[in-house]
Design a protein around this ligand. Sequence first.
Ligand code: AR6
Length: 169
Amino acid sequence: MTTLIAVRGDITRQRADALVNAANSSLLGGGGVDGALHRRGGPAILEECRRLRATAYPEGLPTGRAVATTAGRLDARWVIHTVGPVHSTTEDRSALLASCYRESLRVADELGARTVAFPAISTGAYGWPVDDAARIAVAAVRAVPTAVEEVRFVLFDDRAYETFAARLR
Ligand code: AR6
Protein backbone atom coordinates (compact mmCIF):
# COMPACT_ATOMS: atom_id res chain seq x y z
CA MET A 1 0.00 0.00 0.00
CA THR A 2 1.62 3.22 -1.16
CA THR A 3 0.53 6.57 0.28
CA LEU A 4 0.67 9.51 -2.12
CA ILE A 5 0.95 13.00 -0.66
CA ALA A 6 1.59 16.51 -1.94
CA VAL A 7 3.57 19.07 0.03
CA ARG A 8 4.59 22.61 -0.73
CA GLY A 9 8.32 23.17 -0.43
CA ASP A 10 11.87 22.85 -1.60
CA ILE A 11 12.84 19.30 -2.50
CA THR A 12 16.41 19.89 -1.35
CA ARG A 13 15.07 20.34 2.21
CA GLN A 14 13.14 17.10 2.30
CA ARG A 15 14.06 14.06 4.33
CA ALA A 16 13.33 10.86 2.43
CA ASP A 17 15.16 7.69 1.46
CA ALA A 18 15.38 8.97 -2.09
CA LEU A 19 14.97 12.40 -3.67
CA VAL A 20 14.23 12.40 -7.40
CA ASN A 21 16.12 14.86 -9.58
CA ALA A 22 14.59 16.39 -12.72
CA ALA A 23 17.88 15.98 -14.56
CA ASN A 24 18.93 16.11 -18.20
CA SER A 25 20.58 13.43 -20.30
CA SER A 26 24.08 14.71 -19.61
CA LEU A 27 23.71 13.95 -15.88
CA LEU A 28 26.16 16.79 -15.36
CA GLY A 29 23.82 19.30 -13.74
CA GLY A 30 21.72 22.26 -14.80
CA GLY A 31 19.28 24.75 -13.32
CA GLY A 32 16.02 24.33 -11.38
CA VAL A 33 15.75 21.24 -9.20
CA ASP A 34 18.92 19.80 -10.72
CA GLY A 35 21.06 22.80 -9.83
CA ALA A 36 19.55 23.06 -6.35
CA LEU A 37 20.09 19.38 -5.48
CA HIS A 38 23.71 19.46 -6.65
CA ARG A 39 24.36 22.70 -4.76
CA ARG A 40 22.98 21.49 -1.48
CA GLY A 41 24.14 17.89 -1.90
CA GLY A 42 27.74 18.82 -2.68
CA PRO A 43 30.30 17.47 -5.16
CA ALA A 44 29.93 13.76 -4.32
CA ILE A 45 26.77 13.61 -6.44
CA LEU A 46 28.44 15.08 -9.52
CA GLU A 47 31.44 12.80 -9.08
CA GLU A 48 29.16 9.78 -9.23
CA CYS A 49 27.24 11.21 -12.17
CA ARG A 50 30.50 11.65 -14.06
CA ARG A 51 31.42 8.03 -13.34
CA LEU A 52 28.03 6.86 -14.60
CA ARG A 53 28.51 8.88 -17.78
CA ALA A 54 31.96 7.36 -18.33
CA THR A 55 30.78 3.80 -17.73
CA ALA A 56 27.07 3.01 -18.11
CA TYR A 57 25.83 6.02 -20.13
CA PRO A 58 28.51 7.37 -22.47
CA GLU A 59 25.79 8.86 -24.65
CA GLY A 60 23.78 10.16 -21.73
CA LEU A 61 20.80 8.85 -19.80
CA PRO A 62 17.86 8.45 -22.20
CA THR A 63 14.63 10.38 -21.61
CA GLY A 64 12.24 8.44 -19.38
CA ARG A 65 14.99 6.46 -17.63
CA ALA A 66 16.32 6.76 -14.08
CA VAL A 67 19.56 6.06 -12.24
CA ALA A 68 20.63 6.48 -8.61
CA THR A 69 23.64 8.09 -6.97
CA THR A 70 24.62 9.01 -3.46
CA ALA A 71 22.71 11.92 -1.96
CA GLY A 72 25.89 13.55 -0.66
CA ARG A 73 25.02 15.98 2.13
CA LEU A 74 21.27 15.90 1.46
CA ASP A 75 18.98 14.42 4.11
CA ALA A 76 18.46 11.28 2.04
CA ARG A 77 20.30 8.11 1.13
CA TRP A 78 20.03 8.44 -2.63
CA VAL A 79 19.28 10.84 -5.41
CA ILE A 80 17.46 9.20 -8.31
CA HIS A 81 18.14 11.12 -11.50
CA THR A 82 15.52 10.94 -14.21
CA VAL A 83 15.25 12.74 -17.52
CA GLY A 84 11.85 14.22 -18.28
CA PRO A 85 10.71 14.89 -21.84
CA VAL A 86 10.68 18.42 -23.19
CA HIS A 87 7.01 19.30 -23.64
CA SER A 88 7.51 20.32 -27.27
CA THR A 89 9.02 16.96 -28.18
CA THR A 90 7.44 15.07 -31.09
CA GLU A 91 8.00 11.69 -29.42
CA ASP A 92 5.32 10.06 -27.29
CA ARG A 93 5.85 12.60 -24.56
CA SER A 94 3.12 11.49 -22.13
CA ALA A 95 4.45 7.92 -22.13
CA LEU A 96 7.95 9.25 -21.52
CA LEU A 97 6.82 11.40 -18.60
CA ALA A 98 4.95 8.46 -17.05
CA SER A 99 8.09 6.39 -17.59
CA CYS A 100 10.13 8.82 -15.45
CA TYR A 101 7.89 8.08 -12.46
CA ARG A 102 7.72 4.35 -13.14
CA GLU A 103 11.48 3.95 -13.69
CA SER A 104 12.31 6.07 -10.64
CA LEU A 105 10.12 3.82 -8.49
CA ARG A 106 11.68 0.74 -10.04
CA VAL A 107 15.13 2.04 -9.07
CA ALA A 108 13.78 2.95 -5.61
CA ASP A 109 12.56 -0.62 -5.18
CA GLU A 110 15.93 -2.02 -6.21
CA LEU A 111 17.56 0.16 -3.57
CA GLY A 112 15.01 -0.72 -0.90
CA ALA A 113 13.81 2.87 -0.51
CA ARG A 114 10.60 3.26 1.48
CA THR A 115 10.02 6.99 1.03
CA VAL A 116 10.55 8.83 -2.25
CA ALA A 117 10.14 12.55 -2.96
CA PHE A 118 9.45 13.74 -6.50
CA PRO A 119 9.46 17.22 -7.99
CA ALA A 120 6.98 18.04 -10.76
CA ILE A 121 9.20 16.64 -13.51
CA SER A 122 9.30 18.60 -16.80
CA THR A 123 7.12 21.48 -15.53
CA GLY A 124 9.95 24.03 -15.35
CA ALA A 125 12.60 24.45 -18.04
CA TYR A 126 10.98 21.64 -20.05
CA GLY A 127 7.72 23.59 -20.36
CA TRP A 128 5.04 21.08 -19.38
CA PRO A 129 1.70 22.58 -18.23
CA VAL A 130 1.35 21.63 -14.58
CA ASP A 131 -2.25 20.36 -14.84
CA ASP A 132 -1.38 17.79 -17.44
CA ALA A 133 1.90 16.88 -15.74
CA ALA A 134 0.07 16.30 -12.43
CA ARG A 135 -2.51 14.08 -14.11
CA ILE A 136 0.22 11.94 -15.70
CA ALA A 137 2.37 11.83 -12.57
CA VAL A 138 -0.40 10.73 -10.23
CA ALA A 139 -1.78 8.14 -12.68
CA ALA A 140 1.71 6.73 -13.30
CA VAL A 141 2.53 6.37 -9.62
CA ARG A 142 -0.86 4.79 -8.85
CA ALA A 143 -0.36 2.24 -11.62
CA VAL A 144 3.08 1.02 -10.50
CA PRO A 145 3.38 -1.99 -8.23
CA THR A 146 6.00 -0.88 -5.69
CA ALA A 147 7.17 -1.56 -2.15
CA VAL A 148 7.67 2.19 -1.63
CA GLU A 149 5.43 3.21 1.27
CA GLU A 150 5.27 6.95 0.68
CA VAL A 151 5.49 8.90 -2.54
CA ARG A 152 5.71 12.61 -1.78
CA PHE A 153 5.22 15.19 -4.51
CA VAL A 154 7.14 18.30 -3.52
CA LEU A 155 5.83 21.41 -5.24
CA PHE A 156 7.64 24.67 -5.25
CA ASP A 157 4.80 27.10 -5.89
CA ASP A 158 1.21 27.41 -4.73
CA ARG A 159 -0.38 26.66 -8.06
CA ALA A 160 1.57 23.46 -8.60
CA TYR A 161 0.84 22.42 -5.03
CA GLU A 162 -2.91 23.06 -5.40
CA THR A 163 -2.97 21.19 -8.69
CA PHE A 164 -1.28 18.08 -7.31
CA ALA A 165 -3.25 18.19 -4.06
CA ALA A 166 -6.52 18.36 -6.00
CA ARG A 167 -5.47 15.32 -8.06
CA LEU A 168 -4.84 13.35 -4.89
CA ARG A 169 -8.19 14.15 -3.33
N1 AR6 B 1 12.10 22.12 -5.05
C1 AR6 B 1 10.95 21.69 -5.63
N2 AR6 B 1 10.56 22.08 -6.85
C2 AR6 B 1 11.36 22.94 -7.52
C3 AR6 B 1 12.58 23.43 -6.98
C4 AR6 B 1 12.94 22.97 -5.69
N3 AR6 B 1 14.08 23.38 -5.09
N4 AR6 B 1 13.15 24.25 -7.91
C5 AR6 B 1 12.32 24.31 -8.96
N5 AR6 B 1 11.23 23.52 -8.73
P1 AR6 B 1 12.90 22.13 -13.51
P2 AR6 B 1 12.37 20.31 -15.77
C6 AR6 B 1 10.07 23.23 -9.61
O1 AR6 B 1 13.18 23.23 -14.46
O2 AR6 B 1 11.24 21.13 -16.24
C7 AR6 B 1 17.41 21.66 -15.46
O3 AR6 B 1 18.27 22.63 -15.96
C8 AR6 B 1 9.87 24.14 -10.78
O4 AR6 B 1 9.10 25.27 -10.39
O5 AR6 B 1 13.81 21.93 -12.36
O6 AR6 B 1 12.21 18.82 -15.72
C9 AR6 B 1 17.85 20.25 -15.80
O7 AR6 B 1 19.25 20.13 -15.83
C10 AR6 B 1 9.11 23.24 -11.74
O8 AR6 B 1 7.72 23.24 -11.43
O9 AR6 B 1 12.87 20.69 -14.29
C11 AR6 B 1 17.24 20.04 -17.15
O10 AR6 B 1 18.06 20.56 -18.18
C12 AR6 B 1 9.65 21.84 -11.44
O11 AR6 B 1 10.31 21.96 -10.18
C13 AR6 B 1 15.94 20.79 -17.08
O12 AR6 B 1 16.14 21.82 -16.11
C14 AR6 B 1 10.61 21.29 -12.47
O13 AR6 B 1 11.40 22.33 -12.99
C15 AR6 B 1 14.80 19.94 -16.60
O14 AR6 B 1 13.61 20.67 -16.68
